[in-house]
Design a binder for this molecule. Structure first.
Ligand code: NAI
Length: 262
């Protein structure tokens, strides 16, 4: 059956402004390009604004509207200033993509207070801070919106050496559901994407290694790592009006990693 153009139009982001945090590399940079290609004005946030220049140039070269802003998700002041800067140029943000995150590996017995705090501060507190700031501004402007938190399959399952990361991502999932509950009557949707394993700076070459390749073959039913393109369908669905009645969900994009056989 031929798809009706009106159905496809629901996935369009024309007229919407989207903020992507941690957009200077990896998943964030790719999501920013994807959202721009679907018609959104894109605000790209990261601590090092110089790293955003190339991405901004790429988006502009493809006809997109983009604004790079300095943003450290661990600082309330920095987050508020970034939203202020975005609003001055594009108005209230319609879609927030909470992507900024860090990774670190250590055994549960050796993990230090400092590394625990750093992880929770960026990967959980940062997501809460940006989501709350975005939601407060949507609510004040009496506008609907969508908040998409990039969690991880490690928020749903556990793995060795990443107890702090798993805990933060599990927190992101509960935060997503709690915010969805409180914000639904305002037509502000809150959902999470839980990626499996993707080759980015965070995975630091692991997936290219012999150990990484054999891990993927053994543990991922689709027998491969995720490509950044694999996340496009999920982000366009959750950002757009196609998901108008979807809130509080967690969408794994993991090649079946979470459903592998025992
Ligand atoms: P990445 O290291 O390329 O990207 C993370 C981005 O967050 C970087 O641009 C970094 O500068 C930024 N960032 C870190 N701390 C920040 C702060 N305080 N303020 C602002 N920006 C900050 O890694 P990747 O893979 O693109 O990660 C993006 C998100 O996806 C993270 O939340 C990560 O946990 C999540 N994820 C990644 C997976 C993977 O296999 N690569 C799997 C599941 C989730």
């Amino acid at each position: 059956m031929k798809e009706s153009p009106t159905v496809l139009q629901k996935f369009s982001l024309v007229g919407k402004t989207v903020l992507v945090t941690g957009a200077s590399s990896g998943i964030g940079a790719h999501l920013a390009k994807t959202l721009s290609a679907a018609g959104a004005r894109v605000v790209i946030g990261a601590r090092r604004i110089d790293r955003l220049d190339q991405l901004a140039a790429d988006i502009r070269a493809n006809g997109g509207e983009v604004l790079p802003v300095a943003m450290d998700v661990t600082s309330r002041e920095s987050v508020e200033l970034a939203f202020d800067a975005a609003e001055k140029v594009f108005g209230v943000i319609d879609v927030v993509v909470n992507n900024a995150g860090i990774a670190h590996h250590e055994t549960a017995l050796k993990l230090t207070e400092e590394h625990w705090r750093e992880m929770i501060s960026t990967n959980l507190d940062g997501v809460w801070r940006v989501a709350q700031c975005g939601a407060q501004r949507m609510a004040k402007a009496k506008r609907p919106g969508s908040i998409i938190n990039i969690a991880s399959i490690m928020g749903l399952g556990v793995k060795h050496l990443v107890s702090h990361y798993c805990t933060a991502k599990a927190g992101v999932i509960q935060l997503t559901k709690s915010l969805a509950l409180e914000l639904a009557h305002r037509q502000i949707r809150v959902n999470a994407i839980a990626p499996g394993f993707y080759q980015t700076e965070i995975t630091d070459g692991f997936l290219d290694s012999d150990m990484g390749t054999s891990y993927m073959r053994e543990f991922v039913p689709m027998r491969r790592a995720g490509q950044l393109e694999d996340l496009e369908g999920a982000i366009l669905l959750l950002a757009s009006d196609a998901a108008a009645y979807i809130t509080g969900t967690v969408l794994p994009v993991d090649g079946g990693h979470l459903v592998r056989t025992l």
